[in-house]
Design a binder for this molecule. Structure first.
Ligand code: OGA
Ligand code: NI
Length: 369
């Protein structure tokens, strides 16, 4: 990887430290251009009252998918939104709370203690405050902690795990195992929902060696929430993301098919699931990854835990031949491994769906030749 990935291009400022310093306006480097700023809250509340929220899929605590009803519900959610909440998903609410509490505990530590885990753009593992290495970029109002949970060969070594709170590693690893099981079930449903054999997706993405990363996001209070974002618009690069969001502080916004941003109201004990870029590629765009972003607020901090379920790093991913027809030719060519794909994300940070569009561009050029 290029040298620019060894270190951050500018000294790293912890957003939490900035927020806690009690400033009443935000530094210029967090001020988004007007087109990227959140819309006034009133617009969005209209959506909530008109019921324009993401679908809810009841997974029935792991019971069989009789008559393919669940697969059909997943198909409807993926076609219409690419974002849905799952309830009765089989992960214990106490474990969800324990994982969130452990990470809350980490962010409450004194700055000096957290700094011991400062990350670099090479692997992102550890305590971070920016995505991307572009010098002079407009930054997001949030800090995070990133770790690799799976496969075993790529797991973050012990030195990357915070020593405090003491239970952080154990709880996060158990949480990871349970959420990965949920991802495997969702993969079977996704395959079936496209009329494929239910093991088809898992096999295409590398079988039992799929990857998983955990990012704890911390969005401090912000004195000027209308000018910035906690996380800029992006689609997730991997297969699926399972998000545990705060159920009392809203922040996640999803871009609806008509371009409008909708704020998600998480249900108690639910997860928010979204389709990542790799599913868009494998499904030949039958299911599209969806742009989302995070808004912040002046009253309350917010924590979320995102589990990114990714293909094995070295498996070339391309549209499934069953989903490519003369009427619907392959949109993504040539095949690309996830290791290759994420270099772009690590370098450029959140950039809407630009990366996937660039892949499409490649195939168009090739077809013209
Ligand atoms: C992410 C993400 C949303 C949130 O981490 O990729 O989209 O609500 N997080 O924190
Ligand atoms: Ni995301």
């Amino acid at each position: 990887m290029a040298d620019c990935m060894q270190e951050w291009p500018e000294p790293v400022v912890r957003v939490q430290a900035l927020a806690e310093s009690g400033l009443d306006s935000i530094p210029r480097c967090y001020v988004k251009p007007p087109c990227d700023r959140p819309a006034p809250a009133a617009d969005d509340d209209d959506d909530a009252s008109s019921g324009a929220s993401i679908p809810v899929v009841d997974l029935g605590n792991g019971s069989d998918d009789e008559g393919g009803q669940l697969a059909e519900a997943v198909a409807v959610a993926c076609r219409g939104w690419g974002f849905f909440q799952v309830v009765n998903h089989g992960v214990r609410p106490e474990l969800m709370r324990a994982a969130r509490e452990a990470w809350h505990g980490f962010f409450r530590l004194p700055l000096q203690e957290k700094q011991k885990y400062a990350n670099s753009p090479r692997t992102y593992e550890g305590y971070g405050s920016r995505l991307g290495v572009e010098k002079g970029a407009i930054l997001d109002w949030g800090d995070y902690y990133f770790l690799v949970l799976s496969p075993d060969a790529a797991k973050s070594p012990a030195k990357y795990w915070p020593a405090n709170p003491g239970i952080c590693k154990e709880v996060s690893e158990e949480y990871g195992r349970e959420v990965i099981k949920l991802c495997e079930r969702l993969m079977r449903l996704l395959s079936a929902s496209l009329g494929l054999d239910e093991t088809r997706f898992q096999e295409a993405f590398g079988g039992a060696d799929c990857g998983a990363g955990l990012r704890a996001n911390y969005y401090p209070r912000c004195p000027q929430p209308d000018l910035t974002l906690g996380l800029s618009a992006h689609s997730d690069p991997g297969i699926l993301t399972v998000l545990l969001a705060d159920d009392h502080v809203r922040g996640l916004q999803v871009r609806r098919r008509d371009g409008h941003w909708v704020t998600v109201q998480p249900l108690p004990d639910a997860f928010i699931v979204n389709v990542g870029d790799q599913i868009e590629i494998l499904s030949n765009s039958m299911y599209k990854s969806v742009e989302h972003r995070v808004i912040v607020n002046a009253e309350e901090e917010r924590i979320s835990l995102a589990l990114f379920y990714n293909p094995r790093g070295d498996v070339p991913v391309a549209p499934a031949p069953e989903l490519v027809t003369p009427e619907r030719p392959s949109l993504y060519y040539p095949p690309m491994t996830f290791d290759e794909y994420r270099v772009y994300v690590r370098k450029n940070g959140p950039k809407g769906k630009a990366q996937l569009e660039a892949l499409k561009g490649q195939s168009i050029t090739e077809k013209k030749e």
